[in-house]
Design a binder for this molecule. Structure first.
Ligand code: SAH
Ligand code: SF4
Ligand code: F3S
Length: 445
C-alpha cells in the first residue's frame, strides 16, 4: 500500500475536490496518511482567491523540494485553482513537480502518472472541459469519492461562476457555470443516504444560479424539494448564495421544507453602493437589506453569515463606514473578512486609487473587532435555549466531548455520554457561549 498526503487550501469546493482526488488515487492503490514525512505522494490542492493563498503554494513547494532531495521517489502533484491558473508555469518554476492538474482534470491523474512513469515531458493537464464531465457523472471515470466525514457530505451542484465580480479570480480558475443534472445529484444523494449520511451541503460558487445553464427548469428551490424527498437525509444545506440571485422562491423553500437548514451565507462584500457597483455585484445595499428582511420574516430563527472585503480600490473612509454600519444593521451571526488582494486577470487589479496596505489592515481590524462583538452577542443569545444538533464527531479539545452543529450551523460541544453516537440527532440546551462555539447539555435523545 502506498501512502498519499493531501494538503487542501481554499473553499469547500476544494475540500470536495480533495476527496475526489483521494478517491481516484485509492483506485491506484494509495491510502491517505496524515503525515507528509511518510507519504509516497504529496498533493497540494491549491487556492488562488487571495495573493497570500497563492504564495503559500509556492512556499510549500519549496519545502517539498527539500523533502524530495532526501527522497527522490517522492511524487509531488499540484491541483486546484493555482494549478488551473498557472499551468505549465508551475513546472517551469518548480521542475521537481511531477504533475499539475487543473480544476476540471482530476480524472486525468492516472494518465498523468502514467506519463510520469514513461518520463514523458508533458505532465500538465489544465484543459477546460466545457461539457459537463464532472467526475461523479462521468461514465468513463467513476471513482468513489473518499469522504472525510461519515455523517455529512459535500455535493457539488454547479461548477464555475459567470458573475465576474471585478475582484475575483474564481471565474478564471473554475470556468463557466455548469450545473449537474438533478437526477445525477439525487442519485448521488440517495447513495449517500444508503451509506448512512444524514446531512448534505450542496456546493456552488453561486448556488442560486443552479439550472440556468440548462435552460431554467429545476432551480435551486426545485432541487431542494427533490432532495427533501430522499429518505434518510435529515438536513440539507447549500452555499454560496449570491444576493443578486437570492429570490423569493428560495426563501419560501427554506421556510417550508423542514429538512432545509435555517442558515444562509450571503456575502455582502461592502455596505457602500459605490463599491458594490465597482465590484460589479449587481445589487445595492438597500436591495440586499430588503432580501434579508424578507428572509428573517419568513424564517425568524435563521442564521445569516457573510463575506466582507475591506480596502477595495477607491474605498474612502465614508464608504468603509457604510460597511461598518451595515454590519451593525445586519447583525450577522458570523462574517469572513478579507483585505482586498490584487488577483490576476481581474479588472480591479488595474484600478487606480489602490488603498494602501496600512489602511487596509486598519480597516480589516475594525471590521473584525466589530463583528467579533456581534458574533459573541448572537451566540450569547443562544444561552438557555434548546437546539437540535447532529453529532459530527469527537471534539478536537479532547476525547471527553462530542461536537455537533445546530441547524443554524453553530458548533456545539457536549460531554460524551453513554448512548450518544456520531450521527445521532439530539436535543441540547446551551449552557455557555463563546465567540467561536457553544457548550450544551443533553436534554433528549
Ligand atoms: N462565490 C462566493 C465565494 C467566492 S470567494 C461568493 O460569490 O461570495 C470567497 C470570498 O473571498 C468572497 O466572497 C470575497 O469576500 C473574498 N474574495 C474574493 N476575491 C478576493 C480578493 N481579490 N481580495 C479579497 N477577498 C476576496
Ligand atoms: Fe467570485 Fe463573484 Fe463568482 Fe463569487 S460570484 S465566485 S465573488 S465572481
Ligand atoms: Fe480558492 Fe478556488 Fe475555492 S480560488 S476559494 S479554491 S474556488
Amino acid at each position: 500500500m502506498k501512502h498519499l498526503f493531501i494538503k487542501t487550501f481554499g473553499c469547500q469546493m476544494n475540500e470536495l475536490d480533495s476527496e475526489k482526488i483521494a478517491g481516484v488515487l485509492s483506485d491506484l492503490g494509495y491510502s491517505l496518511t496524515d503525515s507528509p514525512d511518510s507519504a509516497d505522494m504529496i498533493i497540494l490542492n491549491t487556492c488562488s482567491v487571495r495573493e497570500k493563498a497563492e504564495s503559500k503554494c509556492y512556499s510549500d513547494l519549496g519545502r517539498l523540494n527539500e523533502l524530495k532531495k532526501e527522497r527522490p521517489d517522492l511524487l509531488i502533484g499540484v491541483g486546484g485553482c493555482v494549478a488551473q491558473q498557472e499551468g505549465t508555469k508551475i513546472v517551469k518554476r518548480a521542475p521537481y513537480v511531477d504533475m499539475v492538474f487543473g480544476t476540471d482534470n482530476i480524472s486525468d491523474i492516472p494518465g498523468l502518472l502514467e506519463k510520469r512513469r514513461e518520463k514523458a515531458k508533458n505532465r500538465v493537464s489544465t484543459e477546460r472541459r466545457r461539457k459537463r464531465v464532472l467526475l461523479q457523472d462521468n461514465s468513463i471515470v467513476k471513482s468513489t469519492v473518499l469522504r472525510n466525514h461519515s455523517v455529512k457530505a459535500l455535493v457539488n451542484i454547479v461548477d464555475g461562476c459567470d458573475k465576474f465580480c471585478t475582484f475575483c479570480v474564481v471565474p478564471f480558475t473554475r470556468g463557466r457555470e455548469r450545473s449537474r443534472k438533478p437526477e445525477d445529484i439525487c442519485n448521488e444523494i440517495r447513495g449517500l443516504a444508503a451509506s448512512g449520511y444524514k446531512e448534505v451541503t450542496l456546493l456552488g460558487q453561486n448556488v442560486d444560479s443552479y439550472g440556468k445553464d440548462m435552460g431554467g427548469g429545476t432551480g435551486l428551490a426545485g432541487l431542494l424539494e427533490m432532495i427533501s424527498e430522499i429518505p434518510g437525509i435529515e438536513r440539507i444545506r447549500f452555499m454560496t448564495s449570491h444576493p443578486a440571485d437570492f429570490n423569493d422562491n428560495l426563501i419560501t423553500a427554506i421556510a417550508k421544507l423542514p429538512k432545509v437548514c435555517n442558515h444562509v451565507h450571503l456575502p455582502l462584500q461592502s455596505g457602500s453602493d459605490a463599491m458594490l457597483d465597482k465590484m460589479k455585484r449587481n445589487y445595492t445595499y438597500a436591495e440586499y437589506k430588503e432580501k434579508i428582511t424578507k428572509l428573517r420574516e419568513a424564517v425568524p430563527d435563521v442564521t445569516i453569515t457573510t463575506d466582507i472585503i475591506a480596502g477595495f480600490p477607491g474605498e474612502s473612509d465614508a464608504d468603509f463606514n457604510k460597511t461598518l454600519k451595515a454590519l451593525e444593521e445586519m447583525q450577522y451571526d458570523a462574517a469572513y473578512t478579507f483585505k482586498y488582494s490584487k488577483r490576476p486577470y481581474t479588472p480591479a487589479r488595474t484600478y487606480e486609487e489602490q488603498v494602501t496596505i496600512d489602511v487596509k489592515k486598519d480597516r480589516l481590524n475594525k471590521v473584525i473587532e466589530l463583528q467579533n462583538s456581534i458574533t459573541l452577542a448572537k451566540n450569547k443569545e443562544c444561552e438557555g435555549k434548546e437546539f437540535e444538533i447532529l453529532i459530527e464527531g469527537e471534539s478536537k479539545r479532547g476525547s471527553v466531548s462530542l461536537t455537533g452543529r445546530t441547524r443554524g450551523n453553530k458548533i456545539v460541544h457536549i460531554q460524551k455520554q453513554e448512548g450518544i453516537f456520531i450521527g445521532d440527532i439530539i436535543q441540547v440546551r446551551i449552557t455557555f457561549a463563546t465567540f467561536s462555539s457553544l457548550m450544551g447539555e443533553v436534554v433528549g435523545f
